[in-house]
Ligand binder design. Structure first.
Ligand code: GUN
Length: 297
């Protein structure tokens, strides 16, 4: 029997433990604050930002959203980031990606105060992660680690294959897998669009993390029996239903499930974990900036 990981259940468990951490901050008069900045008319980005806002409200984080028009000058965004950096009630700042083409995303990453960088995208935080001294683990790969832990999947000594080299998922995922730490110690291969014979790599894997952004790209024929398959993809594909589209992952679920011992569905797998780990980083950010210690899940 294949074990299908319920990301909603794991997420709910972590969020309930985080409520206790937020209570600890509250005893010292601290309410964690997260401001999300949206500079995009993209529907998916708008949906994600409102989901983040609602998740903050539900758990006791002061969540705020600041919107800029996609055609505003880049300096408006950088001025806003400066203002948020200076505010003591804002512990976390998240600029929703992607930003418009006329905004330099690398400048965005380095403009957010590294202590408030709950995405973990600031070069200082990337450097700390690579050095094995992470401050804020990027949310989606951290969520994948939590899902593996919840399913009892050990990473130590395993062959992990990450498919996709994005700054947001692929690169930090590989960096977490190579850490000398729980959830790490895996022999890690990072595959991408120029990898020759991808299937040969994924067939060697004990754990495959699919994060290429390509619908149903990894199928059962590319996997060996007993693999753990984590699907980070969220792709909209045309469908003959009321909405006109459906969500599919980067994994062809039906054929992959024939081979996998453990698998995550889309939706309901990795998706809920990203916001949960953002809440986690916001609580950690509030604790670090106020010197109020908290226990984190
Ligand atoms: N866009 C898609 N995923 C993310 C994320 O984790 N953080 C930010 N800031 N933007 C995103």
């Amino acid at each position: 029997m294949t074990d299908e990981i319920d990301g909603n259940a794991v997420s709910a468990q972590i969020r309930s433990e985080l409520e206790a951490s937020i209570d600890q901050l509250g005893e010292s008069g601290v309410t964690p604050g997260l401001t999300t900045v949206l500079m995009s008319e993209d529907n998916a980005s708008q949906t994600y930002v409102s989901m983040k806002q609602r998740a903050c409200e539900n758990i006791g984080i002061d969540g705020q959203t600041q919107e800029l028009d996609a055609d505003q000058p880049a300096e408006d965004l950088f001025d806003l980031i400066d203002d948020l950096n200076a505010r003591s009630d804002v512990h976390g700042i998240l600029v929703q990606m992607p930003v418009p083409d006329h905004v330099d995303k690398r400048r965005v990453f380095r403009s957010v105060d590294s202590m408030k960088d709950v995405d973990g995208f600031h070069p200082e935080n990337v450097g700390r992660l690579v050095a094995g001294n992470a401050r804020y683990k990027p949310c989606t790969p951290h969520g994948v680690q939590k899902l593996l832990e919840s399913a009892g999947v050990k990473t130590e000594g395993k062959e992990a294959v990450v498919v996709g080299r994005s700054d947001i998922v692929g690169k930090p995922m590989a960096n977490l897998f190579i850490q000398k730490a729980p959830g790490g110690n895996a022999t890690t291969t990072l595959c991408h669009s120029r990898t020759t014979d991808l299937a040969a790599k994924t067939r060697q894997a004990d754990i495959v993390v699919a994060a290429a952004g390509l619908p149903e790209f990894i199928d059962g024929s590319m996997l060996s029996e007993g693999t753990t398959v984590i699907d980070v993809g969220i792709n909209h594909v045309d469908a003959d239903n009321d909405k006109g589209y459906k969500l599919v992952g980067d994994v062809d679920f039906a054929s992959a499930k024939q081979k996998a011992d453990v698998i995550t569905p889309v939706p309901g797998g990795v998706g809920p974990m990203t916001i949960t780990m953002l809440l986690y980083n916001t609580v950690k950010a509030a604790s670090l900036q106020t010197d109020v210690p908290v226990d984190l899940p």
